[in-house]
Design a protein around this ligand. Structure first.
Ligand code: HEC
Length: 158
């Protein structure tokens, strides 16, 4: 087939322009196209991926569960940024603040703070008095694993 040199150049330029155009259109969604599944999940969980060792899949799953439970049960009173007080205190560093007691005490608090206060737990009473005796809802259906997941999520928020 006889081709005209000029036409061939035009066709090449046409393809070049098309490829550049597709590239430009794809640019805004490049993160979606290129990110691995885990990287997406980590983004959802607000965990920084830029530093430190890679995060284990089980930990990512726990953080995701914690985030879901937090949003459903705790977010109305505890700030999602974990740093500012709302109705309830900021939760960042709460494990550290309760570290004089077994972690299960903190789970008990989360499940039913009123019961723990009533049992005479010193830390529970201290927190209760500190926040003007406002009451936290009880969440009797939360398991220790659920509470642990919420706390892991709380700590993952930077
Ligand atoms: C109705 C509002 C409310 C909801 C909902 C709520 N909290 Fe609270 N939370 C409080 C208040 C108020 C305090 C302060 C202590 C008190 O007065 O009982 C508190 C205290 C706490 C503390 C102790 C903080 C510290 O610094 O020692 C933890 C931990 C906690 N909440 C976790 C949770 C979790 C987890 C959930 C969801 C499962 C939740 N809270 C849901 C209001 C709430």
């Amino acid at each position: 087939m006889k081709t005209y040199p000029f036409l061939r150049i035009v066709i090449r330029l046409y393809w070049l322009a098309l490829i550049i155009l597709i590239g430009l259109m794809a640019y805004p969604i490049k993160d979606i196209l290129w990110s691995t599944e885990n990287a997406n999940i980590v983004n959802i969980a607000n965990v920084s991926t830029s530093e430190g060792p890679p995060i284990a899949p089980e930990l990512i799953a726990e953080i995701k569960l914690g985030k879901t439970l937090f949003k459903a049960n705790c977010g109305t009173c505890h700030n999602r940024n974990m740093k500012s007080n709302m109705t309830g205190p900021a939760l960042a560093g709460v494990k550290e603040r309760w570290s004089d007691y077994p972690i299960t005490d903190l789970y008990s608090w989360i499940r039913n703070s009123a019961a723990l206060i009533k049992s005479g737990h010193p830390k529970a009473i201290e927190v209760y008095n500190e926040y003007n005796k406002a009451s936290m809802t009880s969440f009797n259906s939360l398991t220790d694993e659920d509470a642990a997941a919420i706390l892991t999520y709380v700590e993952s928020v930077k």
